[in-house]
Design a protein. Sequence first.
Length: 148
Amino acid sequence: MRILFPLFCLAILLSACSPKNAGSQTIALIGPDEKAVTVTVEIADDPEERQQGLMGREMLEPDSGMLFIFEEPAQLTFWMKDTLIPLDILFFGPQGKLIGGQTMLPCEADPCPKYYSEDGASLALEVPAGFQEFYGIGKGWQIALPVQ
């Protein structure tokens, strides 16, 4: 599995060379028991896309979400300004291992609450609220290559 994360990053970098409206990609989350969950994601890999995120969306299909990609691992901070639906956020370290997750609620008044990664993360995955609990995602899970 150690090889899969660098290959995933290479696939993301190669996809950046394609037209912006190239569509969604399918990724997999792999559990410690080799259980796999696929998620269709939009990629947010530049500052403007990351800032926009899922703002203004009135719904998100089950097993879909947005994958935020950061160049360097850091403690990531997210908020729910102008986000209308509750989301789970999963944070992954530079080797693709899950380092934490939590449920984020829509912001109803300023200042909006902030949600932090527990450690240095280079990927964040936003999915519909309840996703993490439904699939039992926790310690030992990791993110894997796009599914072809």
